[in-house]
Design a protein around this ligand. Structure first.
Ligand code: PH2
Ligand code: MG
Ligand code: MG
Length: 184
């Protein structure tokens, strides 16, 4: 376990939140409150306004954020946590017909402790997270010492990314949640 995980007594999950249809900030905040019921919120980023990456042209801007969660025992395997995330997406009205299409809520599991999954529905750590400024900027803000599969820290990864499409809003994802992990 990392020092951060020793401090919280279990594996830490990194969940990336995104939305660009309906009222994205409201959807992300509602999802954050629902995620908080799956365990203890260790840190939550602010909301970011981001340019869509991929997908059809002319999409609305996204809102993105990251939450670091210490899941309660029932959600401490990647598969179980993923089920819970998908259920929240469905409850928010998610329609999965178009890959990378606009969405009312997207909850991506980026990592769960040191768990790795090589193939199938869930690949862990998330294989594209380190390329995506809309994930790494909020992640580095709330857990700079997070490490990807290659052992690179989040704050070091961000230094090498093009950050032009990612703008902080100054508005919290989950008011009252810690803005940053104290350790790690
Ligand atoms: N999610 C995608 C594809 N493109 N672009 C931004 N800015 N934010 C996202 O969350 C996002 C995206 C696929 O999940
Ligand atoms: Mg996604
Ligand atoms: Mg997704």
């Amino acid at each position: 376990m990392t020092p951060a995980e020793e401090a919280t007594g279990g594996p830490l999950a990194v969940v990336a939140l995104g939305a660009n249809l309906g009222d994205p900030e409201r959807a992300l905040r509602a999802a954050a409150r629902a995620l908080a019921r799956l365990g203890a919120v260790v840190a939550a980023s602010e909301l970011y306004r981001t340019q869509p990456v991929g997908g059809p042209p002319g999409q609305p801007l996204y809102r993105n954020a990251v939450m670091v969660l210490a899941p309660a025992p029932p959600w401490r395997t990647p598969e179980r946590l993923l089920r819970a995330l998908l259920a929240l997406e469905v409850a928010a009205g998610r329609d999965r017909r178009e890959r990378w299409g606009p969405r009312v809520l997207d909850l991506d599991l980026i990592s769960l402790g040191a768990e790795t999954r090589a193939a199938g529905e869930l690949v862990l750590p998330h294989p594209r997270a380190a390329e995506r400024a809309f994930v790494m900027v909020p992640l580095a803000s709330c857990w700079p010492g997070w490490r990807d599969a290659a052992g690179r820290r989040a704050d070091a990864i961000v230094q090498r990314l093009d950050l032009r499409g990612v703008e902080a809003t100054g508005r919290a994802l989950l008011p009252g949640a810690p803005a940053m992990l104290a350790v790690g």
